[in-house]
Design a protein around this ligand. Structure first.
Ligand code: NAP
Length: 537
């Protein structure tokens, strides 16, 4: 870094990494508060996760009227979402619109990857190094890098032997891919695979799906938004948002307050029928205790199994598609025609639960003891979630402490926002915050506003350095762990606990205590004069 630093050093109040939902709003707020900020983005355009995830069928499975910014009443009034669940192109168009509307691009540098950042203890500044050789100094270093943005491409044996193209859903070519007449293999059956499989099956000559572990998929029941329902929400969008923010997930859908075990089997089944028709993640709201009581959870799993057997013609395939884990333990998948696709003649489900993918070959791949001839391979193999996009940057805090070392046994944070030993650094939607368990855009807005207030307070009080105290961080870690104890989500292997990445510490990373409670805790810290933070050396 020293060498490039001597070439040219620019200076800003803040460097923000990433131009997705988080980075864009952070830039807007910083500017509004009179800070001089620069956003560095590796992609050629805005959108972050939504820039790269262009695979067939990519769309958000949170209702578009909620998966959007609420900071500007004019913005939320003027933007028209066309469907209940927005497609990736529509979300990208929205993010582009926001960038234009608030004139954000002039402070964003595209195709610049942050490679390293070091805290200069004497100056209370970060020294940020990029792959273009630029070095930037900034008082504040703010990560808006996304929770699910570092794609995992498994290192399959013989990877380079395969003669055809290999794609990752999280890094899809912007020009698109035409699978017409092709034999395609998709590895993985998580949310990305669930969305792409029906569309690829429509196009390909034959589709092989390589499944290691089945997941639970509920029907999306996507539809065009009716003008009346949009008008009703827009008549009091603020009120609608306030109701959503009062929910544990900051996602507004009806939650039945009863226990699944408090009603008769007939009533329970009728309730599940109702929710099945509504579709999507609200299915988990059928009863209050589905994610906290194993017996209650088993009732929804049993209902779900019955539904899948109705859809999938071949009982053996239906059984293969049926998980034996807690319902909703892994992130629930939301699909359209997912199970129906396995009734097609041109789709084969390959069970690789035994030995996984054995190897890639020049003609395709070898799995479950057989060779498969393929023209293209799609890895829908997920992400190094929540920590990967932070720790792949060579970040060094005080006393030479690296972020990789600091997080070796799992992410340690104060409020999910800050990391002790890394002063003046903030992590939007970081591990230890509700993040992936709350509507992402809403959680991002909360964090961005908290950070902006904090920086303004620093300026007003003439302080140049803020760092989480180790005790506050340790205590927060206990609170995050404690909240996790009441949730069945911690009970299985998933990216929530980092088990999908070799060598990653197994820790349930998001804060599951609920968005409203979390917001109150963050407010309390401010009310206590940034309690838990030190502002001196
Ligand atoms: P994922 O849920 O982590 O799924 C990855 C899949 O790849 C799993 O089925 C996994 O099997 C399999 N896999 C991984 N490595 C493998 C290997 N070496 N060999 C064979 N199989 C392997 O990833 P994702 O589908 O990209 O989704 C990640 C998250 O992104 C979602 O949970 C969701 O939060 C978000 N997302 C949201 C949307 C949406 O809004 N609609 C869409 C896409 C993604 P195992 O289960 O056995 O590990």
């Amino acid at each position: 870094m020293a060498q490039s630093e001597s070439i040219a050093t620019e200076r800003f109040d803040a460097v923000v990494v990433g131009a997705g939902f988080a980075g864009l709003y952070m830039l807007h707020k910083l500017r509004e508060a009179g800070f001089d900020a620069r956003v560095l983005e590796a992609a050629p355009g805005v959108g972050g996760t939504w820039y790269w995830n262009r695979y067939p069928g990519a769309r958000c499975d949170i209702d578009s009227m909620q998966y959007s910014y609420q900071f500007s009443e004019d913005l939320q009034q003027e933007w028209e979402w066309s469907e209940r669940y927005a497609t990736q192109p529509e979300i990208l168009a929205y993010v582009e619109h926001v960038a234009e509307r608030f004139d954000l691009k002039r402070d964003i540098d595209f195709e610049v990857r942050v490679e390293a950042s070091r805290f200069d203890d004497a100056a209370d500044e970060w020294v940020v190094a990029t792959d273009t050789g630029r070095t930037i100094r900034a008082r504040y270093f703010i990560m808006g890098v996304g929770c699910l943005s570092t794609a995992i491409m498994p290192n399959f044996e013989g990877h380079d032997d395969f003669r055809g193209p290999v794609y990752h859903t999280g890094h899809w070519p912007s020009e698109g891919v035409d699978f017409t007449g092709k034999r395609v293999g998709i590895i993985g059956t998580g949310s990305s695979a669930v969305q792409s499989i029906p569309l690829v099956a429509d196009q390909a000559e034959h589709l092989y799906v390589y499944q290691r572990t089945p997941g639970y998929v509920v029907p999306a029941h996507n539809r065009k938004l009716a003008p009346e329902e949009v008008a009703e929400i827009k008549a009091d969008y603020r009120g609608f948002r306030a109701q959503a923010k009062a929910q544990p997930t900051a996602f507004l859908f009806p939650i039945d307050e009863r226990s699944a075990l408090s009603v008769s089997a007939e009533e329970r089944s009728a309730r599940y029928d109702e929710q099945w028709e509504i579709g999507g993640l609200p299915f988990l709201g059928a009863f209050a205790d589905l994610m906290s009581d194993e017996a209650a959870n088993e009732t929804i799993a049993e209902y779900w199994r019955g539904k899948i057997r109705e859809v999938v013609n071949d009982r053996k395939i239906a059984d293969l598609l049926t998980p034996d884990t807690v319902f909703g333990c892994k992130r629930l998948c939301v699909g359209t025609n997912y199970y129906e696709t396995y009734n097609r003649d041109n789709v084969t489900l390959v069970d690789i639960s035994g030995n996984g993918i054995e190897r890639f070959t020049s003609e395709g791949l070898r799995a479950a003891g057989a060779d498969y001839a393929l023209d293209a391979i799609v890895c829908a193999t997920g992400f190094d979630a929540m920590t990967g996009s932070v720790s792949r940057i060579d970040i060094t805090g005080v006393d030479g402490l690296s972020i990789k070392e600091k997080w070796r046994e799992g992410p340690k944070t104060f409020l999910g926002l800050t990391i002790s030993g890394f002063p003046n650094m903030f992590n939007i939607a970081g591990p230890g915050s509700p993040s992936v368990l709350a509507t992402m855009v809403t959680g991002i807005e909360h964090h961005v506003e908290w950070i902006t207030d904090c920086l303004s307070w620093m300026r007003e009080t003439g302080k140049t350095r803020i760092d989480a105290e180790p005790e506050a961080e340790a205590d927060w870690g206990k609170q995050v762990a404690e909240a996790g104890k009441g949730s069945l989500r911690t009970a299985c292997d998933s990216w929530y606990v980092g088990s999908n990445v070799d060598g990653k510490a197994r820790v349930f990373m998001p804060y599951v205590g609920g968005f409203p409670k979390y917001v109150e805790i963050c407010k309390g810290v401010v009310a206590g004069g940034y309690e838990g933070f030190a502002t001196d050396r």
